[in-house]
Design a protein around this ligand. Structure first.
Ligand SMILES: Cc1cc2nc3c(=O)[nH]c(=O)nc-3n(C[C@H](O)[C@H](O)[C@H](O)COP(=O)(O)O)c2cc1C
Length: 416
């Protein structure tokens, strides 16, 4: 199906109404960034989350998406993730929703399971579709293949978590099916070697995501926002490719999701950060890493599109929303340093994010330095301080690696 009846023009400051009825006051969204500010012994939302999201909420965003929250406390992306389960403090969860949305910024909670990309500081026995280890600096353990009944239960867990956060007052959820985490592992033939109903054909590989989406919708109803973050591709030979992603986007449209965010890459190939191999060299030259793929989706799928990755100048943001290439601009790293950027762009006072990422040229290390550097800025805001652009790359790397090991020790000595 080719979409023909799109309005011809849109502006960054123009509201967008999603199918569920949620209205975004403008087209600038905060993309998910793992906050790493929960206590590693409890993994509860805390005042640090409240302060952080209140700070972002004051920056003029049309939509905010939380960092990934975990569905199972045995398997975390970082030791300091928030976990939503029976032990979650409902009062603290509600406080977080209230703080994030105090200025009227609708906030979605990103739901995730790391699968094989589970921190080695959390467990040496992660789970995944198949026993395929992450090949990054030897820092990940070989996962155990999930049983059929475990996969089925996990799809339901996503829906239960969605129900809990919506009950707490969040405006909706985003299911994380990008960046090589569990749902993305199911989609990729490199990491999903199964020959049962969860593997093999694209339809089977997409079953976990489609089931999670379907069950989530059934749990939260049609008047609450349900978004998905999807990879355009893994940017790896034999991985999840654009044609597959396009078909998955069609299936997600059929499931009636409200917003599709487009990204790409994973830990082994961090295209999401603009770090790509030669095959994908052309994406590096552009400001919007995944625009080409978004345009392909746009031609065939009616679901509102959010594009994230590399967007820095108001001019590019304005033009791709104006010509209806995409509906929403996703910003991550710039907001770790410049929480008021959306207001500045909308008012015409800021033309470009001033952010300058520290890099070494070694892609795996750069991904960690970047994550650490932005992590330090995020932690500052969680502590009520403003970001500090003078933080150096080695401080960032030691923060990335060192904090995780300290937190792992704290976790090990915490009472269950
Ligand atoms: C510190 C940090 C944490 C991130 N955590 C998440 C996350 O929890 N979930 C997610 O989908 N993406 C996460 N990302 C990726 C961003 O959402 C985004 O896709 C990527 O940074 C590219 O957008 P940007 O160029 O605007 O930063 C993270 C990025 C950074 C820098």
């Amino acid at each position: 199906m080719i979409v023909e009846s799109l309005p011809v023009h849109a502006r960054l400051d123009q509201p967008l109404k999603l199918a569920c009825g949620l209205v975004l006051e403008n087209r600038l969204a905060k993309a998910a960034m793992t906050e790493c500010v929960a206590d590693p012994r409890t993994n509860q939302p805390s005042e640090r989350h409240d302060r952080l999201y209140a700070r972002w909420g004051r920056g003029g965003l049309g939509l905010s998406i939380t960092g990934n929250v975990m569905v199972d406390r045995r398997y975390l992306e970082r030791t300091t993730n928030v976990v939503i389960d029976a032990r979650t403090d409902r009062v603290a969860l509600r406080r977080w929703a209230d703080a994030a949305q105090a200025t009227g910024t609708p906030t979605l909670v990103q739901i995730n399971h790391p699968g094989r990309q589970c921190s080695v500081f959390v467990t040496r026995r992660p789970v995944a579709p198949s026993p395929v280890k992450v090949d990054v600096l030897g820092s990940f353990a070989t996962p155990r293949a999930l049983e059929d009944h475990e996969i089925d239960a996990l799809a339901t867990r996503y829906a239960e978590v969605a129900g809990d956060v919506v009950e707490a007052g969040f405006s909706g959820v985003q299911i994380h099916a990008a960046h090589g985490y569990l749902a993305s592992q199911f989609l990729s033939p490199r990491t999903n070697l199964r020959d049962d109903r969860w593997g093999g054909s694209l339809e089977n590989r997409a079953r976990f995501l489609v089931e999670a989406v379907r069950r989530t919708r059934a749990r939260i109803g049609s008047s609450v926002a349900l978004a998905v973050k999807l990879n355009s591709a893994d940017f790896q030979r034999g991985g999840f490719e654009e044609d597959d992603a396009l078909q998955v986007a069609r299936w997600l449209e059929a499931e009636g999701i409200d917003l599709l965010e487009v990204s790409g890459g994973n830990y082994e190939s961090p295209a999401l950060m603009g770090i790509v191999d030669e095959r994908a060299e052309s994406t590096k030259k552009r400001e919007a890493y995944f625009l080409e793929f978004a345009l392909k989706v746009r031609r065939e799928v009616r679901t509102p599109l959010m594009l994230t990755g590399g967007l820095r100048s108001a001019e590019v943001m304005r033009s791709i929303v104006a010509d209806r290439s995409v509906d929403v601009i996703g910003l991550a790293r710039p907001l770790a340093l410049e929480p008021d950027l959306p207001r500045g762009i909308l008012s015409g006072q800021i033309e470009r994010s001033a952010m300058k990422p520290p890099r070494t040229g070694w892609k795996s290390v750069d991904a960690m330095i970047e994550a650490g550097w932005y992590g330090v800025q995020i932690a500052r805001m969680a502590d009520g301080k403003e970001p500090d652009p003078s933080i150096g790359r080695w401080r960032a790397l030691t923060s990335y690696l060192g904090d995780e090991s300290v937190h792992a020790v704290q976790r090990a000595f915490a009472s269950p």
